[in-house]
Design a protein around this ligand. Structure first.
Ligand code: CTP
Length: 131
């Protein structure tokens, strides 16, 4: 039976670290489903809107060969519902989230992959501002 992998993120100012995470996540199974966090969730989480709006961030992620389906992540509290809804067999997150989703392991397998070093949306925005 096909193995469904699920992951979540903002994917704002899309960069190489995002691509590596998504490609490696797909490599862990057959089908990759990605929850892209909404603008409202980011505002409530980080106190600011992403640079690019959710429809554009979703369009970029959806266009990748390694991604099979995207959906709106509009609450951090609904992870368990999303896993069930999308019939996830495996939750993959970057290791900046290590330990944070272990309680979901009664729904599906949970793994954390190492982040790509030295790149992030925040660092990229700072670099652009400083240039
Ligand atoms: N990610 C990664 N390597 C990086 C940056 C991000 O593997 N260098 C992963 C994260 O661990 C997460 C996914 O990509 O699983 C989406 O991350 P996101 O939070 O959208 O991007 P960041 O670049 O980490 O954003 P920020 O700087 O705003 O925290």
């Amino acid at each position: 039976m096909a193995k469904t992998v699920i992951t979540f993120g903002t994917y704002d100012v899309f960069h190489y670290g995002h691509l590596m995470l998504l490609q490696r996540a797909k490599g862990c199974g057959d089908r990759l489903v990605v929850g892209v966090s909404t603008d409202a969730l980011n505002i409530s989480k980080k106190g600011r809107a992403p640079i690019f709006p959710e429809n554009e961030r979703k369009a970029i992620v959806e266009s990748l060969r390694c991604v099979d389906h995207v959906f709106d992540e509009d609450s951090l509290e609904k992870k368990a519902d999303y896993l069930r809804e999308h019939k996830a067999d495996l939750l993959v997150m970057g290791d900046d989230w290590r330990g944070r989703f272990d309680e979901l392991s009664d729904i599906c397998e949970v793994i954390y992959l190492p982040r790509t070093p030295a790149i992030s949306t925040t660092v990229t925005i700072e670099k652009i501002k400083a240039s």
